[in-house]
Design a protein around this ligand. Sequence first.
Ligand code: F6P
Length: 470
Amino acid sequence: MVSEHAETESGPAADSTAQVLVASNRGPVSYTLDEDGTLDAKRGGGGLVSGLSAVDDKLWVCAALGDGDREAVRRGVGEPGVRMLDIDAEVHADAYNGIANSVLWFVHHLLYQTPVEPVFDAEFRRQWASYETYNRAFAEALAEEAGPGAAVLVQDYHLALVPGMLRELRPDLRIGHFSHTPWAPVDYFRLLPDDIAEQLLRGILGADRAAFLTRRWADAFIGCCTEILGGTGRTRIGVHGLGADADFLRRRAHEADVDERMAALREQVGEGRRTIVRVDRTELSKNIVRGLHAYRALLETRPEWRERVVHIAFAYPSRQDLAVYRDYTAAVQTLATEINGEFGTESWTPVVLHVKDDFARSLAAYRLADVALVNPIRDGMNLVAKEVPVVSDHGCALVLSREAGAHEELGEDAIVVNPYDVTGTAEALHEALTMSGDERSGRTKRLAEAATALPPQRWFLDQLEALRQG
Ligand code: F6P
């Protein structure tokens, strides 16, 4: 529930007439409350931030996510061009943790253990009502802020009902919806109760244009609409494959803090050893546990790699409010410790695992990687797969899951794996480690070209243009 505007929201006044609006759960800035009562602002990056920087008369509507954000809203602290909605904390938790991350994320990434879950009971219906309330808060804020005929770009599964709700409030607007996740195949999507499945599809079809990261996810959405609703109606479907930001990455990857971290990592790896690098949020869909099993299988079946390779695994905290994510994080740590116990020697640590987020260290790992392991169960795109070839110092072989969106553009020059096939992934790691230098640099060059075909700003502006044209 959105409380009184004057007291609880930051950003422009209610008579604002923004011409381009973005709506997303997580905004471009977040606040933490220090012990002395000061608020620290942390600004994020990414495609939307870079895209929006190229347009005027804009507004970003997002949710207050934590205590720091809520305090910022209460104090009227905010960034120009950002309106943070102070949605009731329990409503937000039900919508974000309960529905978006525990149901919709699971459906689109095929994460359920179906013999025991999902269970759509009264508790689910209660949380669903919160999801509706949260979506309505966004629709109302957007309706209030948008200038006549403005373009509104609604992001992701958190806000699937917003386009339909907003269309009713403001039929004059151009509304787009963008899915950053995969879309579930129809048989899996139909795990959802029929009325909920219908409501979600109709919500997105309230947009003039629904867009996806790959053709595959767009086709899956069309498939669901066709089977459940008989078609996509007047909504146009688009595909925009977000690419890596080469200029930013190449510049940032050569700053002093990255060099420092490279030196530290080299020390941990040890002289003359190969590296297999992975960088992920500790996210169920990223398949980190099977990645570690594959590495263990490599050390078992190809003992010649013992002492000669190190697996650098960065698994950064994510969604720690959910027990299943906390358990998964623990499983990753346990397995890394087991592998080190089983194979490690006094001078060799087979797995170097870091769980504290550090962007400079990630770039350092990208630069020195011999092999990058990107093996998600399913992923909307996976930008790590696109970033490593751009930043790599000496060329890097990419082991890539066929279920990552990035596979559509990078599949030809990657070593492609079935993410469930641990033996196959271990063999792919061996192939990657033994790839000749020439082949590796040739492939890395082509991967980097494909990865940067649609830089973030162009990605955003293309969507905006396509929305305005229709
Ligand atoms: O892939 C969908 C997405 O919402 C991304 O846009 C984002 O990077 C990721 O999930 C993380 O989500 P959260 O906001 O829950 O940390």
